[in-house]
Design a protein around this ligand. Structure first.
Ligand code: GTP
Ligand code: ZN
Length: 377
């Protein structure tokens, strides 16, 4: 039998066992401890699935169960999808305090990974909460694409998560232009992002990621299909092949006896969150393009005109850098494309917020009129 604390730790519980919080702890720690003190009967559990009426949570690698959500996390009937913002509602990776089979509190998120959702109305989607490290996985084969890495980085940075670029298939680099790849990686590393090349099938090689995988840490692997995420997961787990389509079993008390695959405890003591939805990567509008392309922003400051579009203007430092071979034109093109997308999403976000504020005002006015006419109702 492992202790309740060790079971929680295996699925990423970040607080130490001792009180008060050890120094150098996270800013959210104190709030977490306060909430725990306010609900002395409750126990922490981590969200692995989100349903209409409740959640499946885990309190260790071997045990998950359903809990009822708090009323304020639920969408009132008849309300449009997206009305309850992702900030008000728990998602995968969140920590709840649970009493019996009822959630009583959501512990404030330390980090978030979000994206914009496709569709008519502006909406954000939470990919995962409370993740320490995102491994952006990309193969050093024909699939190698620095532009895609730039897009991933733009989306995951800003939420407080540390990105690490993991280049798989380091044993199979014949298909790529090594010099071009190196130049692209140097640019990414210059933005302050760690880069590691691995053979995802080789445990010794994959051990280079251990520095991000200590006890109580949570990591996520993102990357396109075939990049090597499953291979990497299996090597980290120390097994040959990941069982796919794992069926959950129930014991006599109706509990799940195997934890959902959403939380995968690793032998290093860390926990991987398996996220299905990272295929389409639309910005939310809250991303910081400048942070991800500081090389271009620095150049742009040297352009003769403040509002230089880096097109045909004289004295353009950005174009000079491209012509002088100091800036990859494709990186610049991607910067423009991503800037456009973020600006577009930011507009939609502002519009959505204005609309919400207006709905609120209208609702209040309407209530007031009804009150005047029919008395309090
Ligand atoms: N030689 C070599 N092959 C690798 C490496 N990483 C992955 N592969 C191979 O690449 C193929 C795709 O790897 P997967 O791990 O299935 O990729 P994935 O990212 O999980 O793909 P999806 O499940 O579709 O998202 C498999 O045939 C792996 O064996 C590596 O570092 N070296
Ligand atoms: Zn310019």
């Amino acid at each position: 039998m492992i202790s309740a604390f060790d079971a929680l730790r295996a699925i990423g519980w970040p607080l130490g066992a001792d009180e008060p919080a050890p120094s150098g702890a996270h800013p959210e720690d104190a709030i977490w401890r306060e909430l725990m003190a306010a609900h002395p009967q409750a126990r922490p559990a981590r969200v692995v699935e989100q349903h209409r009426s409740g959640y499946v949570v885990a309190d260790g690698p071997e045990h998950s169960y359903r809990v009822e959500s708090l009323p304020e996390w639920q969408r009132p009937p008849g309300f449009r999808k997206g009305t309850v913002g992702i900030d008000q509602r728990p998602g995968v990776g969140d920590w709840l305090l649970v009493e019996g089979r009822k959630a009583v509190a959501l512990l404030p998120r330390r980090t978030t990974i979000k994206r914009g959702a496709a569709g008519e109305h502006y909406q954000q989607q939470l990919i995962a909460a409370n993740v320490d490290t995102v491994f952006v996985v990309c193969g050093l084969d024909a699939d190698f694409n620095p532009r895609r890495i730039e897009r991933y980085l733009l989306l995951v940075r800003g939420g407080g998560v540390e990105p690490v670029i993991v280049l798989t298939k380091a044993d199979q680099t014949a298909a790529i232009d090594a010099d071009g790849a190196m130049a692209a990686l140097v640019e990414l590393a210059a933005q302050g992002v760690a880069v590691r090349a691995v053979n995802a099938k080789d445990p010794d090689s994959v051990a280079t990621l251990d520095e991000w995988l200590g006890p109580g840490r949570t990591a996520v692997l993102i990357g396109s299909s075939g990049a090597g995420k499953s291979t990497l997961t299996n090597t980290l787990l120390g097994i040959e092949r990941m069982k796919t389509g794992e069926v959950r079993e129930h014991d006599s008390r109706g509990r799940h006896t195997t934890t959902h695959r959403a939380l995968i405890p690793l032998p290093t003591g860390a926990c991987l969150i398996d996220t299905p939805g990272m295929r389409e990567l639309k910005p939310t509008g809250e991303e910081d393009v400048a942070e991800n392309f500081s090389d271009i922003e620095v150049l742009a400051e040297q352009c003769r005109f403040r509002d230089c579009k880096h097109a045909k203007e004289p004295g353009c430092a950005v174009r000079a850098a491209i012509e002088g071979g100091k800036l990859d034109p494709q990186r610049f093109a991607n910067y423009l494309k991503l800037s456009d997308e973020v600006a577009g999403a930011a507009n939609r976000l502002a519009h959505r917020r204005a609309q919400k504020a207006e709905e609120k005002v209208l609702g209040k006015a309407l209530n007031k009129r009804l009150d005047e006419k029919y008395g309090k109702h």
